[in-house]
Design a protein around this ligand. Structure first.
Ligand code: GSH
Length: 343
């Protein structure tokens, strides 16, 4: 066969090969880089009480912070080996894409376009949230359907802003939006009465309310107008890293379900229960399969507690926010937190 006739067959084959190679995962690059660096780079919010903020000793603290500490503990056996990078809403996904952070744990909603267009992947849902409205009690409004014509403060580059316009349009209500770059600016504008209403994920409204000049004079309306499944995200293209972060989160949820706590982790290691044994690494090779030590999950739970402990300490009953568990209770307790098994 003359060469010229072969070419049409060879060219598509070559193109196919290039496509296959381009689509291959980069391999465990991130874990290797993190181990070499000796610290996990974790993107968090710039200061959201209960989720990620600095305490009075200049130490990062909160629910999202603890997820990163758990990953660091699983990798290094040391929850302190994390470098936190505060990111605003518009910088957060770019920071992941440009390798500035290894994981983003920053009250970010898992949406389709963030995965299909931004090159990131959510490893799971760490906190089931939804969008709500906060306003002054003196406004005497008790349903969101009475918000016609109100000025609402929100933040740019968020799902919040998009849901807000959808909701007002769907209910044929007039809307004035004041959108700011940071949560602090929108809260300040609301406190200074530049807007009638503050909108964001309900968990954030709880947090922001505590920072207002008179927290008790504001209420959160009962309507939750969107689904905001919040969770840690990683870059696409490194499946082993995705698995590591995903299964660290799941190990915290499974630990709660199995009654494994930070204070009792040493008893759990002695447990005859096969589910507990697989979780804490006394049975199976689950840690090794992630490129970690056998007791990776036990290290995470010892460092920050199980999912329930993390929740209660940061945003639940033991915290100033005191947010009921609601959807974030385990599936065995009326919620929807459910982790696949370690098997
Ligand atoms: N979950 C929503 C909203 C996330 C978000 O960034 N919310 C603002 C408040 S509306 C925030 O957390 N700001 C904290 C900060 O700027 O540090 C999303 O992923 O778009």
């Amino acid at each position: 066969m003359p060469d010229v006739e072969k070419r049409p067959v060879i060219l598509p084959l070559l193109a196919l090969l290039v496509l296959i190679l381009a689509g291959l995962p980069a391999g465990a690059q991130t874990l290797k880089a993190v181990k070499e660096r000796g610290t996990l780079n974790c993107g968090v919010s710039q200061g959201l009480l209960g989720f990620s903020s600095m305490d009075d000793k200049n130490r990062w603290t909160g629910f999202d912070v603890d997820i990163c500490r758990a990953v660091a503990a699983a990798i290094f056996g040391d929850p302190a080996k994390v470098t936190f990078l505060p990111l605003d809403t518009s910088a957060r996904f770019a920071a992941l894409q440009s390798n500035q952070v290894d994981v983003l744990s920053r009250n970010s909603t898992w949406t389709m376009s963030r995965e299909s267009a931004l090159g990131v992947m959510f490893v799971g849902v760490s906190y089931y949230d939804g969008q709500g409205f906060l306003l002054r009690r003196e406004a005497k409004i008790d349903t969101a359907l009475e918000l016609d014509g109100k000025t609402v403060c929100t933040q740019t580059g968020t799902t919040t802003q998009l849901n807000l316009t959808d909701y007002f349009r769907a209910n044929a209500m007039a809307l004035k939006v004041l959108a700011f770059a940071t949560a602090e600016e929108s809260r300040k504008a609301y406190d200074e009465r530049k807007c009638d209403v503050l909108t964001s994920d309900v968990s954030q409204l709880y947090a922001e309310r505590l920072k207002l000049s008179a927290p008790d004079s504001h209420l959160i309306l009962p309507e939750v107008i969107s689904k905001e499944p919040l969770g840690p995200a990683v870059r696409q293209g490194d499946d082993p890293w995705f698995n590591l972060v995903r299964w660290t989160l799941y190990s915290l949820i499974n630990a709660e379900e199995l009654g494994v706590k930070s204070a009792t982790i040493d008893d759990a290691v002695q447990s005859p229960n096969p589910n507990i044994r697989r979780l804490v690494g006394t049975e199976g090779e689950f840690g090794e399969q992630l490129g970690l030590a056998k007791d990776w999950a036990a290290r995470a739970v010892r460092a920050v507690g199980n999912y329930g402990e993390i929740y209660e300490r940061n945003v639940g009953r033991q915290s100033r926010l005191s947010i009921p568990r609601g959807l974030n209770a385990l599936w065995t307790q009326g919620g929807i937190q459910y982790a696949p098994p370690v098997r």
